[in-house]
Write a protein that binds this ligand. Sequence first.
Ligand SMILES: Nc1ncnc2c1ncn2[C@@H]1O[C@H](COP(=O)(O)OP(=O)(O)O)[C@@H](O)[C@H]1O
Ligand SMILES: [Mg+2]
Length: 267
Amino acid sequence: MPFISIYSPKGGVGKTTLAANLGYSLSSLGLKTVVVDFDPQNALRLHFGISLADQSGFAASAPESAIWSKQLVPTRNNVFVLPYGAPNLKQRLAFESHLAREPLSVVRGFQALLSQPDVIVIADLPAGQPTILQAALSVSDVVLTPLLADTASLSLLPMVETLFDDIAAHERQPESFVVLNQADYRRKISKDVEGFMTQRLNDRLLGIIHRDESVAEANAAQHSIMETNHASVAGFDIEVISKKLAEKLGLVTTDGSMFSPPASHLA
Ligand SMILES: Nc1ncnc2c1ncn2[C@@H]1O[C@H](COP(=O)(O)OP(=O)(O)O)[C@@H](O)[C@H]1O
Ligand SMILES: [Mg+2]
């Protein structure tokens, strides 16, 4: 079971948008996709038609005994969602301190899923929360860090490079990449940031997503960007990224045909 974590030191950079739409896009390649929300904002579910009033989720369960995969919500297109839920303060503190004490409890929470070879998991992690990142690293194969094509994100680059060194030092050794979001060729600053990041990050820049009105429309419609607007540039960009990921994870051969995912070494 390949596991992709989406993490950034900064909020508002497109983590949830990327997690949701990679979920849709990888499922359109024929994969069963599970998107997991580790962010207390509990917003991932809103990309999949789950009602705002539905507050169920895994973070309120007693962390020692929880079998999270039992709480998966089937949505359209072979995508399953595991919402964070709405724990009260006490439950949230219990969940977070449990993850800090026992990062491998993420593995146990996903035990039933880990044994299934035809599933890909995408985890939306909250910005700047090392405890949850550390726990997710114990299962991650790839970490994606969205940044914006602006000067604020540029100033975070040294921090992101340190983060990548830390991730590489983890015993599981996940690969890590930046995804540059909201690129806009009409703005000089966006072009300059893109040029700089391309040069500095090289192969570590997995892809670029353009700023696109369809993103907000898809969010409002609680659907994928591509299904909201087939001509969406951002939707196309995310499809390109999902194909690169599938290839890196050994899910698709270069000629586009599928073969079985490698068994996770945690299974
Ligand atoms: N490529 C894009 N083009 C236009 N708007 C975008 C794009 N990516 C994200 N957004 C918008 O930016 C805001 C923040 O995105 P979100 O995915 O919630 O970020 P995060 O999860 O990192 O906080 C949302 O309103 C989203 O619709
Ligand atoms: Mg988010």
